[in-house]
Design a protein around this ligand. Sequence first.
Ligand SMILES: C[S@@+](CC[C@H](N)C(=O)[O-])C[C@H]1O[C@@H](n2cnc3c(N)ncnc32)[C@H](O)[C@@H]1O
Ligand code: SF4
Length: 466
Amino acid sequence: MSESHRAEVALGLLRKYDRPGPRYTSYPTAVEFTEDYGELDYRARLAQADALSDEPLSLYVHLPFCEERCSFCGCHVVITKKRDVSARFLDYLHREIDLLAEHLPHRRRLSQYHWGGGTPTYQTPSEMEALHRKVTGHFRIDSDAEVAIEVDPRVTSLEQLDLLEGLGFNRISMGVQDFTPEVQEAINRNQTESETRKLYEHCRKLGFESVNIDLIYGLPLQSPGTFSDNMDVILDLRPDRLAVYSYAYVPWIKANQRRIDTSQLPSPEGKLELFCIAREKLLDAGYVQIGMDHFALPGDELARAAGDRRLHRNFMGYTVKMGSDMVGVGLSAIGDVRGSFAQNCKKLSTYYRDLDAGRFPVERGYVLDDDDKIRRAVITRLMCNFHLDRREIEDGFGIDFDAYFATELEELRAPAGPVEHGFVSIHGDGLDVTENGRLFIRNVCMVFDRYLRAKRDDKPIFSRTV
Ligand SMILES: C[S@@+](CC[C@H](N)C(=O)[O-])C[C@H]1O[C@@H](n2cnc3c(N)ncnc32)[C@H](O)[C@@H]1O
Ligand code: SF4
C-alpha cells in the first residue's frame, strides 16, 4: 500500500472516531423497533400501500437455513442438516406469501425482488422453483426489475445457477469473505478458491447482468499481506460489484462470535489499513466506490447511479430500483411500508403459530414520526451520495435546514470536530463528505441520529464504526 493512504488518517483521529455505531440500513435503526407495533398495524399499513396500485414494490424473502454456522456470521440463521425442517418452513412461507397477496389485491408490481439468508441455495432446485412460482403467481416482476439472490459457493450447484437464470434472476451475490486458508479456518468457513472460481465462471457463462462478491475486512488473522493477495484474486475475477464489509463483531448479540479468538483480530488501525488496501487496489483497477462499503465497475448501474446521485439504500443494500414500499417475508424479514417498519419473528415455532392462526408473523416494528422521516432522508442521502442538498431537504419537508439542525451543524463545526478534521465541508448548497470523511461516514451520520444522542452513555449495542 502506498504511504499516502496510510498517512490519510492520523492514529489519534482513528481512535477518536472508532466507536460503536449503526450501519444505517434503516433509520431509525432496528434497535428502536418495539412490540407496541404488531400485525394489526402492519395490516393497516398494507391497506394504505394497496391503494397505490401502480407503484412498484420491493419484496425481500428471507431463507434462514445453513448447514453449519460460520463463527463470524451476524445474520439471522437456522442451522440444521434436517431437510424436513426447511421443507416445513417453506410450506409456511408459501402461506405467508398467499396472506400477503390477499392484503395487496391491487399492488402487484415488483421492481426489486431479493432472496437472502441464511443461504437461499440450501433449498433444493425444486423447492426454489416452487417458491419462485408462488411469488410470480401473485406478483408481476417488472421487465427491468432487480431480481437478486445470495449464494454460498460451498453449497451452490451449477444446476441451481442454471435454474436461477432460467427463472429470471439477473443478479448474483456470492459470499467469499476471504480466500486465505488460515483466515477461513479461524472463521469456520472452508471454501476453496477453485470452487468459488468454478461457480463464478459459470455465472459469467450464463450471462447474469451483475455478479457481486462479498468480502469482509477485520477478520481474525487478516494482515496487509494476506488481504492484498485476496484483492489480487478478486481483481483477476473482476466481478461487477464488490461489497467490502467492515467486520461487525457483536458477541453480546451473536453468541457464535464468541468462538472468535479476539487475540487474532486486527487492531482498529490494522483494520482500517485493510480497507485502504482494498480501496486503493479497486480504485486503481477502475472500480468506483459506492457508498460506504461497495465498489462497482463504471458500466454497472450502481456506479452510474452513484455518479448522478440516484442511489438508494434499504435493508437489501444499495439499489436504483427501490419500490416506494418494501415487504419482507420469511423468518426475521423486515418490511418498510407506508412510513412504518415491521419485522417478522425470529423463531420457527412462533412463525408457524402465527400463520396457523391466519396472522402475519410480525413481532415488532416502528412507526416513523415527521422528525424520523427528515432524519432518515438526511442519513440515507449521506450514506448513498456523500452529499446533502440543503434545498432538497428544505423543500421536501418544509423546514429551515440551518434552524432545524442547529445542534448538529454546531457539533460538526466544533473545534476538533468533523469539519476541522477535514471529513465534512458545509457550504451554501449543503454538505459534502470528503475522501477521508468517507471512511467515517457512519460517524457523520451519527451526528444526525436523534436516538443515539439520547443514548450516548449506554452500553454497546452496535459494532464499531471502523
Ligand atoms: C446472508 S450473508 C451470506 C450469504 C451466504 N450464506 C454466504 O455465506 O455466502 C450475506 C453477507 O453478509 C456478510 N456478513 C455476515 N456476517 C457479517 C458480519 N458479522 N460482519 C460483516 N459482514 C457480515 C457476509 O459478507 C455475507 O456474505
Ligand atoms: S455467513 Fe452465510 S453460510 Fe455462514 S452462517 Fe452466515 S448465512 Fe450461513
